[in-house]
Design a protein around this ligand. Structure first.
Ligand SMILES: [Zn+2]
Length: 381
């Protein structure tokens, strides 16, 4: 029986273990990859751990470790109590770590919080992160010019979020950009990132917040309609003829009266009966801003975005509601597009690429007035 699941490193120089450490200084990004009370780590090859007190360990290869928050200052890695934060180093080569079943090769950090949560952050070179984003946000089989447009949009979007004052820069889900580690990466994705290396979109001397979404349903909209924010020319919205053939162009969802009543009651309505629903206000693109629910009590208004969030962004695909029909089963909502509708429409970008447009034409179509430059310009010391 082994006494410990961690092998303490006593005499080896730590840096000699890190073959790739300290070469050229590339811009890095920190991604939140897990936030929970615990996380599961599976080691593949060589992984080295160093805790806040300076102790260093080598993890057993092909083993499973459960990390758990203990208090603000300590966490457990299986049975070993370590001081937080704890860093995981994965030397180059075939070594990697799986965290909650997903494969990572960057430098990982586990931090325990006072509220009992354990957060795991991956830090890796910015351009490598984009490989993972592209494989999630578009996929390896998308046309190359669409992938290049996505690379520039994703690079710009993430660059705007770099924030040294926070524990991490970006989240790994649709609240920022989807990133699930470095899997499903092929030569198309590598080419799309490498051939646009460093390229970002800017307007009026600043990088833009290069929003994108799955499908606009024929018209993109402004960030102020979907969220808060100033309306700059590149994000004013365009009429998009390119996504009409997409499977996401139109959608519908049937909601029962009790589904809807439960939602408005959870927001403070005292209604017991629903008499009708209408779109109360719309933005310029035609997307609903507020919905009004007619009830046996007073009428109740709710932001269309909140209604969408309540029923789920995968089911209630957009706020671009074109019709609400009452049936004996409840209400059918008909709508167009998938996502918030701001910035680049990915389905439209795919079709533009298929028609032979370059990534620069795609970007200037969806972000009119924005220009391309090297991001170094914004990060030079
Ligand atoms: Zn579109």
């Amino acid at each position: 029986m082994m006494r410990s699941t961690l092998l303490l490193i006593l005499s080896m120089s730590f840096h000699s273990l890190m073959a790739s450490d300290g070469k050229d200084k590339e811009l890095e990004i920190r991604i939140l990859i897990s936030k929970n009370s615990q996380a599961t780590f599976n080691t593949y090859g060589n992984v080295i751990v160093s805790d806040y007190s300076g102790r260093k360990f080598r993890l057993i290869p092909n083993a499973t470790y459960i990390a758990k928050a203990d208090s603000e200052n300590f966490l457990y890695l299986s049975k070993e109590k370590l001081s937080s934060p704890v860093d995981f180093f994965i030397p180059d080569g075939k070594n990697f770590l799986k965290v909650n079943g997903r494969k990572y090769k960057g430098k990982l950090r586990a931090i325990s919080h006072r509220d009992g949560s354990l957060i795991i952050i991956e830090e890796l070179p910015f351009e490598k992160y984009l490989l993972g984003v592209l494989s999630c946000e578009m996929g390896p089989n998308w046309p190359i010019e669409a992938l290049k447009a996505q690379a520039v949009a994703s690079r710009t979007y993430a660059a705007r979020l770099l924030n040294k004052g926070r524990e991490y820069d970006v989240e790994n889900d649709t609240s920022h950009q989807v990133y699930t580690g470095l899997e499903k990466i092929n030569t198309n994705i590598i080419e799309a990132v490498n051939s646009t290396k460093g390229e970002v979109l800017y307007y009026n001397g600043r990088m833009i917040t290069a929003f994108f979404h799955a499908c606009c349903g024929g018209r993109t909209t402004t960030p102020s309609a979907a969220f808060q924010g100033n309306i700059i020319k590149p994000l004013r919205g365009v009429i998009d003829p390119y996504c009409k053939t997409s499977n996401h162009y139109e959608w519908d969802i049937t909601l029962t009266e009790s589904d809807i009543l439960r939602m408005i009651q959870s927001r403070g309505s005292t209604a017991l009966k629903l008499k009708g629903i209408r779109i109360y206000s719309k933005d310029k693109s035609g997307r609903a801003i507020k919905l009004e629910f007619k009830t046996d009590r007073s009428n109740f208004r709710m932001k269309a975005n909140d209604v969408r969030k309540y029923f789920g962004n995968f089911e209630f695909k957009s706020t671009f509601i074109t019709r609400i029909k009452k049936t004996n089963k409840g209400y059918i909502f008909y709508g167009k597009g998938w996502g918030h509708g701001v910035g680049m429409c990915q389905e439209g970008a795919k079709n533009m690429a298929r028609k032979g447009y370059s990534y620069k034409r795609i970007l200037s179509f969806y972000y009119p007035g924005a220009r391309i430059t090297d991001m170094e310009k914004f990060f030079a010391q």
